[in-house]
Design a protein around this ligand. Structure first.
Ligand SMILES: [Zn+2]
Length: 382
């Protein structure tokens, strides 16, 4: 049975998956985007079968004992014939981990922010899952007008109903000009009403923040009004605030929310690109930066990576230690403990495991960084 999950439980699962390991490549991981078109339904079966090519090839090419071969074969068999079940979830992605020995039979459905891949390994293949967790954001969209504000919180692709806040503004005086004092008083009251409106919204945002940590807050509207709201945000919320200009008269809340989500994607992508550029800059590179698979693997083996950036989804083959999991790009013995190395389908995944296990962060850029042949860079702690 496939299970839909939110970010918190996905996070929890990821932590558990990081603990799992076998002594041989008997764990099958499978990521499969179902597609949203009816026409794609017919291709599901051949695509799923093709994804199991890598796990099958492990049966032929690796030196496995009879028990190990049998365990891997039964894991592969458990994943054939899934097309009917998978096909009934258009627009989603199926995530599967299967190993009888590890008692692992995960079947998840998530948003389709992953890529298709099937791998047999000693550990679960987690790069696409990390990417999916990263793409799930908690975002607040605050649509502000001069006399009211609407708040929509989009937690993990599930938008809340808009909450509307209205200020108590004085009626416009029709005696302006005649009684300048009245007019001044009215302006004073209007400012007061605006201040109360903003306070009310800030209180609500603070309570949303306590409920689930918000990644970003977008103030949408005319610049003059959004500026005023931004100025009055307390520091802990202000740091997460971004402003976007929208015409609140013509755009629906759904339009604005989709603009906000696009802005959030653009912003996180740009932040990662900027960091990448800083680390690789020839003129004044970041002092704590390491560049390229071999150097990043070495830093990950030391547990020194604070932030790992991976560009593109293709795997990079290499080696990992059969004993201590250290990652190496060249064949030989482990440089850390001397034990024999075993082939790794994707050392970028092995590095991801190392980094997450030592408290680092991983950012997976599914669209590769332009003009860069490097697959990975990292910022290290020391
Ligand atoms: Zn080792």
């Amino acid at each position: 049975m496939f299970e839909m999950v939110d970010r918190d439980s996905l996070d929890g699962r990821l932590k558990r998956l990081l603990q799992l390991s076998l002594g041989y490549p008997g764990m099958v991981s499978l990521y499969f985007r179902v597609g949203s078109e009816f026409a794609e339904a017919r291709s599901i079966r051949p695509r799923l079968r093709a994804l199991l090519d890598q796990p099958r090839s492990v049966l032929d090419t690796r030196d496995l004992s009879r028990e190990e071969s049998e365990a891997l074969r039964s894991a592969i068999e458990a994943l054939t014939g899934l097309e009917k079940e998978v096909g009934s979830h258009p627009g989603r992605a199926a995530v599967i981990f299967e190993s009888e020995e590890a008692e692992e039979h995960t079947r998840l459905l998530i948003s389709d922010a992953v890529w298709d891949v099937g791998v047999a390994g000693r550990r679960p293949y987690i790069r696409p899952l990390v990417s999916a967790v990263e793409s799930l954001r908690n975002v607040a969209a605050l649509v502000v007008e001069s006399r009211s504000a609407d708040l929509i919180v989009d937690a993990l692709n599930r938008p809340s109903k808009p909450q509307t806040f209205r200020g108590k503004y004085p009626r416009k005086s029709n005696r302006a000009g005649w009684f300048a004092l009245d007019e001044r008083r009215n302006q004073q009251r209007a400012r007061e009403a605006r201040r109360k409106l903003i306070d009310q919204v800030v209180r609500q945002l603070a309570s949303e923040e306590r409920r689930r940590s918000l990644d970003s807050i977008y103030l949408a509207g005319q610049e003059k009004v959004t500026n005023e709201f931004a100025k009055r945000m307390p520091e802990n919320l202000g740091d997460k605030c971004f402003q976007i200009v929208v015409d609140t008269h013509t755009a629906t809340p759904a339009d604005i929310l989709s603009q906000v989500l696009m802005a959030e994607q653009r912003r996180t992508r740009l932040a990662a690109e900027k960091l990448w550029e800083e680390v690789t800059a020839e003129a004044t590179p970041v002092r704590e930066g390491v560049v390229g698979v071999a150097a990043v693997a070495e830093a990950a083996n030391r547990g020194a990576v604070r932030k790992l950036l991976i560009s593109g989804t293709d795997p990079v083959s290499g080696w990992e230690c059969s004993l201590c999991w250290a990652v190496q790009v060249h064949e030989g013995d482990c440089r850390l403990c001397g034990a024999p190395l075993v082939e790794a389908f994707d050392v970028l995944d092995s590095i991801t495991h190392q980094v997450l296990n030592t408290g680092g962060q991983v950012s997976q850029l599914t669209a590769p960084i332009k003009d860069s042949k490097l697959r990975t860079v990292a910022v290290v702690r020391y």
